[in-house]
Design a protein around this ligand. Structure first.
Ligand code: NAP
Length: 275
């Protein structure tokens, strides 16, 4: 009897996660007889749940808030990029027990940027990154790996930007949030990693009149798909890349590891998530 492969996403809460819809789409599309389920797991139960999952047929899982840092300490192995970012989002159970913890957020960010802005050249570019939370760490790692020369990092709480600049080295310079408007005009690439602009959140409180043609502007917020930042960038003639593709791209390595097939990130996958 063949075992039905299982995977899922562990979060607390987890009902909002779009990952079950995306993986469900891919499973149906490739006629793979597996399942991907949302699992609401409280922090105190995380270790016991992860220890039990392989015995139930789970090949691996995604983890989201609040478990992304905690899983590093529980992992048998961690990838280099997960260590650099200081968090993991993709776990794969090992045949001999335990799991490998990887972080595919930076990969997803970079893959989405390449697809959405094929003319953008990261090598030697100047970037402005807004925000210094967990997502910013993955974005900084991806930009440095891609060869971006200088990264200005602006955050409302300056100390968090200083901490990230210290952690990611001399290519990253922390700046005050008030200076971000000036930095905007000088950047080849602008990345919003804050939640500002998301439905229910205030818009990005920065002067956006420095945006211009020739720049690439991307937002990690994907609800709405066209945030006020992206709308302003589009109106100014810049190339814009929405955040939904990052969500799709970060999911692809996990799906391949657990279900044995690299899934397509395309309009059908986007439509499945938006449905
Ligand atoms: P986080 O760790 O909580 O960080 C939130 C960031 O937003 C911090 O830099 C915070 O600044 C800033 N911020 C929040 N409210 C602000 C305000 N009123 N004014 C100025 N700055 C404000 O969250 P995260 O995990 O990095 O996620 C950030 C966003 O990225 C979320 O919207 C999330 O949904 C999105 N995201 C998208 C993807 C994708 O696949 N597209 C992947 C990951 C995350 P302070 O430090 O000053 O608090």
């Amino acid at each position: 009897m063949s075992v039905i492969p299982l995977a899922g996403v562990l979060g607390h809460p987890v009902a909002h996660s779009l990952s079950p819809r995306l993986h469900g789409h891919w499973l149906a599309r490739y006629a793979i007889p597996g399942h991907y389920v949302p699992l609401d797991v409280a922090p105190g139960d995380l270790a016991a749940v992860l220890a039990a999952m392989p015995r139930m047929g789970f090949r691996g899982c995604n983890v989201t808030i609040p478990h992304k840092q905690a899983v590093l300490a529980l992992a048998a192995q961690t990838t280099e990029r997960a260590r650099r970012i200081g968090a993991a989002n993709t776990l794969t159970f090992l045949p001999g027990g335990g799991f490998v913890a990887d972080n595919t957020d930076g990969y997803g960010f970079a893959a989405n940027l390449v697809r959405g802005a094929p003319a953008f050249r990261a090598f030697n570019a100047r970037a402005l990154v807004l925000g210094a939370g967990g997502a910013a760490r993955a974005v900084l790692d991806a930009l440095i790996e891609a060869g971006v020369a200088r990264i200005a990092l602006a955050n409302r709480t300056r100390a968090r930007a200083d901490d990230l600049a210290a952690a990611f080295g001399p290519r990253v310079t922390a700046t005050d949030w008030d200076e971000a408007g000036d930095r905007l005009a000088k950047a080849d690439l602008v990345v919003n990693t804050t939640a500002l602009g998301m439905t229910g959140q205030p818009p990005l409180n920065l002067p956006l009149d420095g945006l211009h043609a020739g720049q690439t502007v991307t937002d990690l917020v994907y609800a709405p798909l066209e945030t006020p930042l992206l709308a302003a960038a589009r109106a100014a003639g810049a190339t814009v890349v929405d955040g939904l593709g990052m969500l799709l791209d970060q999911a692809a390595p996990g799906f391949e590891a657990w279900f044995g097939r690299r899934p397509e990130v395309d309009d059908a996958a986007r439509a499945a998530v938006l449905a």
